[in-house]
Design a protein around this ligand. Sequence first.
Ligand code: FES
Length: 156
Amino acid sequence: MPTILKDRTDEIERLAVRYPSRRSIMLPVLWMVQQQEGWISQQAMAEVADVVGTTVAEVYEVVSFYTMFQQRPVGRHHIALCDTLACAICGAMEVAEYLKTKHGIEKKKVTPDGRFSLEFVECIGACSIAPAMLVGETLHGNLTPDGIDAILAQCP
Ligand code: FES
């Protein structure tokens, strides 16, 4: 019996008619769960498997492949800091250190006030403005300490 997706049935059915197979709606349904819950729990994976007609193992394969899907609770503002080559050369580790020392934001942890969480990710396609990070779905680049302060100040 679905609990997480119980109020999304109509939305899911509208999605399903737009895709060639029921299994094809897995990504949008996972995205729906994450936007609603903030992360994708094992219970949510089981519900998604049921809704799209596949196994929990296959849903887990998809969730664990894409870093955009969170497998544990995150802060209201989740920071995905790129630590791939261009960003690493341009100071991603200094950004991480600044987030930790100035703002108390640490990798794979949620701040005590529930405001922020942080993870390191592979290239987010913003190498020309390295170092770069996503805060939620918003891209920020050319990160500097002052810039980071301004970005975080806008996150309630
Ligand atoms: S290497 Fe960081 S955005 Fe590409």
